[in-house]
Design a protein around this ligand. Structure first.
Ligand code: TYD
Ligand code: MG
Length: 452
C-alpha cells in the first residue's frame, strides 16, 4: 500500500511544501514548518446537485450534558474540573517533568473502582507502572495497561475494548506512522490529539492526556494542543516543597477559578483539605517582615504568610525580587509607600516571598505586602494575631475587595483576633464572633494600626 503523502505547512503564513525546509520561501520565517497529515478531499458540489443532508437543530432540542459527569474519586481533581469528568471530553494535564502527573492520574484510576480504565503508557514499562500503582493503593483488575506508542494500535484498542475512560501518559510519546516526523514533534503531537479527540467525541469516552511542559526544544509542549481539548489542567509546584497545585487553565464545562491542593508523600499525593492550616504551620512568630493575608483561590479563602526583607543595598541599583507575587505590582507598592506614606526604599534591596511556594495574583494581598515591607524596614514585627486584607490604590487608598466575609470567617476559624479590611467592606459587614474587624481607608492608617 502506498504511504499517504504528508505535507509541511508553514505555521505563520500557511505555505505548503512537500518536504521540510528550514526557511519559508514565502514569508521568510525560520523553523516554521510542521508536518501535517493530508486532509481528505473536499466534496465539490456540482451545480444542481442534491443539497447537503447536514441540517441545523434547535438549541433547545440539543441533549444537554446533564448527568454525564462522573466524579473522579479525588475530591480536589473534581473541584478543579467543576464537579467531575464529563463523558466524551478531552482533558489535558500539563506540568513539568517529575511534578507528579503520572502519580495523580494513577491515583484517579485507582479510585474509579466501577469503571474500566485504559491506561496507555508510552514512557514507563508496565512493571514500573505496576510498582507505582502498588505504592499508591491496591490495583484492581478494572485497570487495563497498554504499553504502546503507535497511535493506530492505540485507537484500535480503544475502538474494540470500549473502556469507560482512557488515560494517555504521555501525549508526547505517541506517533502516527504515516507522518515522517519524530514522536514529540509539533506535527505528531497535534495529529495524536486530533485523532484521540475524534474517538472521544464519537465514542463518548473521556480521554485524559498527560503532557510535559518543555523548555524550548525538539519536544512540543502541551500549549500546541490547548485549543483542541476541552479542559486544560496545570499541575505545578516548587520542586523543594511537597505542595502541588492543580490549576484549571481552560474548562469548557466549568469555571477555571478553582485550584486543588495536594501534598506529595511517599505513598502518593494527599489532598490538602485545610490549606490555611498547612500554609501557616511554619510561621515565623515574632520576626519582622511577615504579615498574614487571606487570598481567595477560587471559592476558597486561604490564609498565607507574605514575607518581605528590606536591607541596605550595596550596589548602585537596588534589587527588587518577588517570589509568588507580581514584580511590577511590588514596584507599584513601593512607589505608593514612598509618595503617600513617606517611606523611602530607594537605597534598599527589597525581597518579597509568599510562603509555601504559593502564587498570589489578586490585589487583596497588596496591604499585607506593604505592611511586611514597612515591618522589615523598621524591624518591628506585625502582630501575629492580625490578618490584613485590602487592595492598595495609586492614591494610597485601600480599595474594596471581593468575598470579604469569607476571608474574615476563615481568619476567625483559625483563631486570629483582628482583621484589617477596607473601610468600605467593613461598613457592610456584620460583626463576626471572636474577631475584631477594623476598617481602614488609607495605607497610612493601616500601617499605623499594624505597626505602631
Ligand atoms: P511522577 O508522577 O512520575 O511525575 P511526572 O509523571 O509528572 O513526571 O512523580 C515523580 C515524583 O514524585 C518523583 O520524583 C517521586 C515522587 N513520588 C513521591 O514522592 N511519592 C510517591 O508515592 C510517588 C509515586 C512519587
Ligand atoms: Mg510521568
Amino acid at each position: 500500500m502506498a504511504k499517504p503523502t504528508t505535507k509541511y505547512v508553514c505555521q505563520s503564513c500557511g505555505y505548503v511544501s512537500p518536504r521540510w525546509t528550514g526557511k519559508c520561501p514565502n514569508c521568510d520565517g525560520w523553523n516554521s514548518f510542521v508536518e501535517e497529515a493530508p486532509t481528505p478531499l473536499k466534496v465539490v458540489r456540482k451545480s444542481g446537485g442534491v443539497a447537503s443532508k447536514v441540517g441545523a437543530v434547535s438549541l433547545k432540542d440539543v441533549d444537554a450534558l446533564t448527568d454525564v459527569r462522573f466524579p473522579s474519586g479525588v475530591g480536589e481533581v473534581d473541584r478543579v474540573l467543576g464537579g467531575g469528568i464529563v463523558a466524551g471530553s478531552v482533558i489535558l494535564l500539563g506540568g513539568d517533568p517529575g511534578i507528579g502527573k503520572s502519580t495523580l492520574m494513577m491515583q484517579v484510576a485507582l479510585h474509579l473502582k466501577n469503571k474500566v480504565i485504559l491506561y496507555v503508557t508510552g514512557e514507563e514499562s508496565p512493571k514500573q507502572v505496576k510498582l507505582r500503582a502498588e505504592r499508591l493503593g491496591r490495583p484492581t483488575d478494572n485497570i487495563q495497561l497498554l504499553a504502546e506508542t503507535n497511535l493506530e494500535s492505540i485507537t484500535d484498542v480503544i475502538e474494540s475494548g470500549s473502556p469507560d475512560i482512557v488515560i494517555v501518559d504521555s501525549i508526547q510519546t505517541l506517533y502516527n506512522p504515516n507522518l515522517e516526523s519524530a514522536p514529540g514533534s509539533v506535527g505528531q503531537v497535534r495529529e495524536s490529539t486530533a485523532m484521540l479527540t475524534r474517538i472521544a467525541k464519537t465514542k463518548n469516552i473521556p480521554i485524559i492526556l498527560i503532557g510535559h511542559v518543555t523548555k524550548e526544544g525538539a519536544i512540543a509542549g502541551p500549549r500546541v494542543i490547548e485549543h483542541m481539548v476541552d479542559a486544560v489542567l496545570q499541575f505545578e509546584g516548587e520542586k523543594h516543597y511537597a505542595y502541588r497545585i492543580l490549576r484549571g487553565i481552560k474548562n469548557r464545562f466549568g469555571s477555571t477559578n478553582e485550584i486543588g491542593i495536594f501534598e506529595m508523600h511517599d505513598t502518593g499525593l494527599r489532598e490538602v483539605v485545610n490549606p490555611s492550616e498547612v500554609f501557616l504551620s511554619e510561621r515565623s512568630y515574632g520576626a519582622s517582615g511577615a504579615t498574614i493575608v487571606a487570598s481567595m483561590e477560587g471559592t476558597r479563602p486561604i490564609l498565607i504568610e507574605v514575607q518581605a526583607l528590606v536591607s541596605t543595598s550595596s550596589y548602585g541599583m537596588p534589587q527588587r525580587t518577588a517570589t509568588g507575587f507580581d514584580l511590577r505590582r511590588l514596584q507599584m507598592l513601593l512607589a505608593v509607600l514612598e509618595k503617600r506614606v513617606g517611606i523611602n526604599t530607594g537605597a534598599h534591596d527589597v525581597f518579597v516571598n509568599v510562603a509555601g511556594g504559593i502564587r498570589i495574583d489578586e490585589p487583596a494581598a497588596d496591604l499585607g505586602i506593604a505592611s511586611s515591607i514597612v515591618s522589615s524596614l523598621r524591624d518591628v514585627p506585625v502582630d501575629s494575631q492580625t490578618v490584613a486584607i485590602g487592595e492598595v490604590g495609586l492614591g494610597g487608598e485601600i480599595r474594596t475587595i471581593a468575598f470579604c466575609d469569607k476571608r474574615v470567617q476563615e481568619a476567625a476559624k483559625l483563631g486570629f483576633k483582628t482583621v484589617i479590611v477596607p473601610a468600605s467592606n467593613a461598613k457592610k459587614m456584620r460583626s463576626s464572633a471572636g474577631i475584631t474587624i477594623v476598617g481602614v481607608e488609607t495605607v497610612q492608617e493601616a500601617i499605623k494600626r499594624l505597626l505602631d
